[in-house]
Design a protein around this ligand. Structure first.
Ligand SMILES: [Zn+2]
Length: 327
């Protein structure tokens, strides 16, 4: 029933529990009038809200708990012309949702529905409502017109006034488990899924966006450079410069760790290659340096400075191990 892509059929695979909760409420007459769908960016909240709104508006929702995609109302939703479906987001270059937008929304919601009782509105980026806009929405949240369902979508729930939050039922959308995201990205034909996911802080949709632009090539380049650095063929400063240009400190350290594991695994698995005790020790030391640095609170320091420090430590360890093991 649930498809890979959200839309008429349903949500993303990692949203099945939340989907079931909401559709069960709707089919058993326990639908709340307002939901706050919140969680980190890049996890598919927008797609989820649209899929749920679409399902609620479908003529056959009561039978199938999903949007059929074929009835007249589904077709109107798909065409963006359903009169009882309203979406609010930023207009042009604005980075907030204005009180005028909210006023227009509440006015429309107060009108009689065109088809049946149900009207659905999504407020995207709800945490960017101006204080006046949030205030303007309160009355509708307190006394919703019959049949109205409001879906507020927010990356940062805490940025919404408590008065708004307390009147919505919360739907949390945490980051999906890493393995599930990797599997989904790989099914979508995306190579290097682990790396991209690490760059995207674990958010699968953000990782897919990265895969679609030039970042992949750049990240693969950095991965190559890291490999060379470990072998002593790239110097500390250029390596740190290249890393800081692309990534924040934490992302950078976690990618180095991830790549180190891949390299170590590759080295162990090469058929016929003896497991080199010095190399194993070197990888162990590098891993320890990276892990230690990740534990430090270096948020206020410049990425390049932090990475330079880490790489310099690795260089010292490499020299020491080399000196100890050379005949
Ligand atoms: Zn339908």
């Amino acid at each position: 029933m649930l498809s890979e892509e959200p839309g008429a059929a349903g949500p993303y695979p990692w949203q099945n529990a939340q989907w079931r909760l909401l559709t069960d409420s709707a089919t058993t007459g326990r639908l709340h009038h307002a939901y706050l769908i919140s969680g980190p960016a890049g996890t598919g909240k927008t797609g989820f809200a649209r899929a749920f709104a679409h399902a609620l508006l479908c003529e056959r929702f009561a039978q199938s708990a999903t949007a059929c995609g074929e009835c007249a109302r589904c077709k109107l939703v798909t065409a963006g012309t359903h009169p009882d479906f309203i979406e609010l987001s930023w207009i042009d270059k604005a980075t907030t949702i204005s009180v005028d937008q909210v006023r227009s929304l509440t006015t429309k919601l107060a009108l009689t529905a065109t088809f049946d009782q149900r009207r659905v509105a999504i407020v995207h980026r709800a945490n960017s409502m101006s204080p006046a806009a949030a205030n303007g929405l309160l009355k509708t949240l307190e006394e919703p017109p019959p049949g109205c369902v409001l879906l507020l979508v927010a990356d940062r729930e805490a940025a919404l006034p408590i008065t708004v939050r307390s009147r919505c039922q919360r739907v949390l959308m945490p980051l999906p488990p890493r393995a599930e995201s990797v599997a989904w990205l790989e099914t979508a034909g995306i190579e290097n899924a682990e790396t991209l996911l690490a760059c995207a802080h674990g958010a699968p949709l953000a990782a897919r966006v990265l895969a679609a632009d030039d970042s992949v090539g750049n990240i693969e380049n950095l991965q190559r450079q890291w490999r060379e650095f470990l072998l002593g063929r790239v110097e500390v400063v250029p390596m740190a410069e290249a890393s800081a240009k692309m990534l924040a400190t934490r992302e950078c350290l976690s990618l180095f760790s991830l790549w180190l594991i891949e390299i170590a695994r590759g080295a162990e698995c090469t058929p016929g290659a003896p497991v080199n005790r010095a190399r194993r020790r070197y990888f162990g030391e590098v891993s320890r340096i990276l892990a230690h640095s990740m534990k430090l609170d270096n948020a206020s320091l410049k990425t390049q400075a932090v990475i330079e420090g880490v790489l310099a430590d690795i260089k010292i360890i490499r020299a020491r191990i080399r000196a100890e093991t050379s005949p």
